[in-house]
Design a protein around this ligand. Structure first.
Ligand code: BGC
Length: 771
């Protein structure tokens, strides 16, 4: 028997060679010919697999292997045995050439069929070179830079032996309380679509067999961004039409862009946990969208269906998940223990199991792992392909483009490089860690350029710099350097002993740069907050400094829209700097000294206060949108209902004027097309980039429609004094929505169209869709 087993790889080889003969090229994503070949290979491997091996392909473990050999812990021993038996399809959280090679070798040396593992990791905004958090980078509205940073992240990740990132997150997110708002592209459907596709194209490139590309994962399918009250993992209650019109479009775009994998999500939707949601996974994604990648569960989300009160035990949970089309089990240990029995009991079918296995094998073939399971394991690439000067230059470019100038009332900014003195104050002013954000891949702790360093790098010795921290934002970590991803933060609410020195520094300076906002770990998974203001003693510091020097520029670092209404009222300048990554301080200095004219625009609305959340520009009208006289309309008695800083908003050091909005016709049939043009003039005395935004409203719908919807944008450089004519096209793609007929259709009737520099633009035209 043993002898026969040892021949099996040869049998495999024979099958491969036969199918290779029919192939004209390597495994690629692009040609249908190679798709056919991949299908043949997948089938040939499947035909050889025993049941335990099939189930094994659907198992994903997290591991902390180290280069000198697997640890002796009981769980690790258990995983080791499973690996040897070929009963594991994937591992996550193993990173480095040495560890991935070692783990892959366990499978290659011991398992019967030697089916390579696929290694996954959360590479959210960079691997070693850290780029702006996804929400911040979206503020660039620059799809090229977004694609480029994803491509570099892929290159660095692949250089560490990893094949697969759990990104991009394309959950439309409208609640600033939700900590994971930092991880996506914000509140708008269109922006999530195009930014998501740019990231997928960046990660995957055009050929997944290329050792510089990795498989992407569209997550979390679906509805995770709609957690009630912004509380992570919470219940989601959206109706069918909201699901189709708002939540699903970015996922459909991802599927069409060829994303290799999907991840389902922790939340329930209208009573059904997403992980066990057949309509979402089997009917919509796999059948209607005809997508052939695999779906990985979220961490333990199969098992968590017990907590939801949806499954009585893990066996029941496995039955639900498999029937619903959830292919790979991340860390629930549910499939491995139950699928065989469920098959025997006919609660799941072999066809379902085979389909799931084929999906996993398909991605492995597309990555070229069968040809060379170690192809990503190359020490030279690992050493030389990461954190390079070239990567850092792109990180700086992406970071400066992501900064949003929210206020510049007295034109303090840009500062002259000949300024006599600057006070650089605040808990985040010389913080080299916070700009890395929460999901920082393998970015070294404390490796970002701080604001203070960036300022010093930018100016000569003639300017005095007075640095004072003022306060600590959080109580210094008890275990310095420990991974804080899972740990709650403790804010400093008592020690204000440094404020006096900060006030002295402010008194001495021409201008104060005040770096405040959030700790890196304040946003991210599990980081929901009911208070989105400046926590700890930051308000005290801000007010004390402002009292002695009115020339304050707030350099805000944060992962969510914050309540900064006091600052917005008093402080003359505010720069929204998110968590900008490795080159943070240099990029901020580029903007502060005018080497780069800020061009970022908000991908999320900033509220006046947390009570307005969830707040987003593309709301519905309601039956009582406004009333000048009475209280009986949809608003608040103690706050406006609009944003403090709206979606799409961001200032420049120059100004832009919009004129001559023209439509080439005012009536079109449902399949017609309208050309829109607008003249945009740079009326200031600096060259600058502007993001020209196109919005529409369908005035009467079979389903009520949002008051405005972004449908296109163009970011372009306009020279001082220059006028550019910008063109957009409106067509069925722009106008259709998921109608009362449960179909994507263009409905007849009147539409408004607006063009402008943010979502409050009132430069408007109208047209009608006629029969
Ligand atoms: C998150 C996912 C992530 C996974 C693996 C989960 O807790 O929700 O987004 O990819 O962990 O780390």
């Amino acid at each position: 028997m043993k002898k026969i087993l040892s021949y099996i790889p040869i049998i495999l080889l024979v099958i491969f060679l036969t199918s290779l003969k029919k192939s004209s090229t390597n495994d690629t994503l692009t040609t249908s010919n190679s798709d056919k070949v991949i299908e043949q290979k997948v089938d040939s491997v499947l035909a050889l697999m025993h049941l335990n091996e099939k189930i094994g392909q659907l198992v994903q473990y997290s591991g902390k292997w180290n280069a000198t050999g697997p640890s002796s812990s009981k769980t690790d021993q258990f995983k080791l045995e499973k690996l040897k038996n070929g009963e594991v399809g994937s591992m996550l959280n193993i990173a480095s050439v040495a560890t991935t090679r070692e783990t892959q070798k366990i499978v290659m040396d011991n398992s019967r069929l030697k089916i390579p593992l696929i290694f996954g990791y959360d590479v959210i905004h960079g691997y070693k070179t850290i780029f702006p958090i996804p929400l911040g980078e979206t503020a660039s509205w620059d799809l090229n830079i977004i694609k480029n940073t994803a491509a570099i992240a892929a290159k660095e990740t692949a250089a560490s032996g990893i094949h697969w990132t759990f990104a991009p997150m394309i959950d439309v997110s409208r609640d600033a309380r939700w900590g994971r708002i930092m991880e996506g592209a914000g509140e708008d459907v269109y922006l999530n679509k195009v930014v998501g596709v740019a990231r997928i194209n960046g990660f995957q490139g055009t050929n997944l067999t290329d050792t510089n590309t990795i498989a992407a994962c569209a997550k979390h399918f679906a509805g995770y961004g709609f957690a009630e009250a912004g509380r992570d993992y919470n219940t989601v209650n959206v109706g069918e039409f909201e699901l189709h019109n708002t939540i699903l479009p970015p996922f459909k775009a991802a599927a069409e862009a060829g994303v290799a994998t999907f991840m389902n999500s922790f939340n329930e939707i209208d009573g059904i946990p997403a992980t066990g949601h057949k309509v979402l996974q089997r009917d919509i994604l796999k059948r209607d969208w005809n997508w052939n990648g695999f779906i990985v569960s979220d961490w333990g989300s199969i098992g968590e269906m017990r907590n939801h009160g949806y499954a009585k035990d893990k066996k029941h949970a496995s039955e639900i998940a498999m029937n619903a089309g959830s292919d790979m089990d991340m860390e629930s240990y549910a499939y491995e223990a139950n699928l065989e029995r469920l098959l025997e009991e006919k609660k799941i079918t072999l066809a379902q199991l085979d389909d799931a296995v084929k999906r996993v094998l398909r991605v492995k073939f597309k990555l070229g792992l069968f040809k060379d399971p170690y192809k990503y394991c190359n020490e030279e690439r690992e050493k030389n392909n990461v954190f390079t000067e070239a990567h850092l230059a792109i990180a700086r470019d992406g970071a400066k483009k992501s900064i949003v100038l929210l206020k510049n009332e007295t034109n303090i900014l840009p500062l002259s490089k000949n300024i006599k003195s600057i006070a650089v104050i605040g808990p985040l002013a010389n913080d080299k860690d916070t700009p890395l954000g929460n999901w920082r891949g393998k970015g070294e702790n404390n490796s970002a350029v701080s604001l203070l360093e960036g300022i010093k790098n930018a100016i000569g010795n003639n300017t005095e710099i007075h640095y004072e921290k003022g306060i600590d934002l959080t109580v210094p970590n008890i275990k310095p350097g420990s991974n804080q991803f899972l740990h709650p933060l403790e804010f400093n609410n008592t020690d204000n002993s440094g404020i006096a020195a900060a006030v002295d520094a402010a008194k001495k300076a021409d201008v104060v740069l005040l770096a405040i906002g959030e700790n890196a770990y304040q946003t991210g998974e599990g980081r929901s907050q009911s208070n989105i203001g400046l926590l700890g003693l930051q308000n005290e510091l801000l007010k004390a400094v402002y009292k002695v020097n009115k020339n304050v520029v707030i350099v805000l670092m944060n992962g969510r829209p914050m309540d900064i209404s006091w600052a917005a009222k008093h402080v003359p300048s505010i720069l929204e700097c998110w968590f900008l990554g490795s080159e943070s301080g240099n990029a901020i200095a580029d903007v502060i000294f005018g080497d780069y004219n800020p061009s970022g625009k908000l991908p999320v609305s900033f509220p006046h206060n947390v009570g307005q959340e969830p707040l987003y520009y593309n709301q519905k009208m309601t039956g009582r949108p406004s009333s000048p006289k009475h209280v009986t309309y949809s608003g608040y008695q103690d706050a406006p209902k609009t944003a403090l800083y709206p979606f799409g908003f961001g200032l420049s050091y120059t100004t832009f004027e919009y004129k001559n909005l023209m439509l080439d016709k005012t009536e079109i049939p449902t399949n017609g097309e309208i050309k829109v043009s607008v003249d945009v003039t740079n009326t200031g005395n600096r060259d600058g980039e502007e993001v020209i935004q196109l919005y529409i409203r369908d005035l009467i719908g079979s389903i009520t429609r949002p008051i405005k919807e972004l449908k296109g944008f163009e970011k372009t450089m306009i020279k001082s004094g220059e006028t550019k004519t910008i063109h957009f096209t409106i067509n069925a793609e722009t106008l259709q929505f998921y109608t009362i007929n449960k179909k994507w259709e263009v409905e007849l009737g009147d539409f408004n169209v607006w063009v402008g520099g943010d979502s409050t633009t009132n430069l408007k035209a109208s047209f009608t869709v006629v029969d």
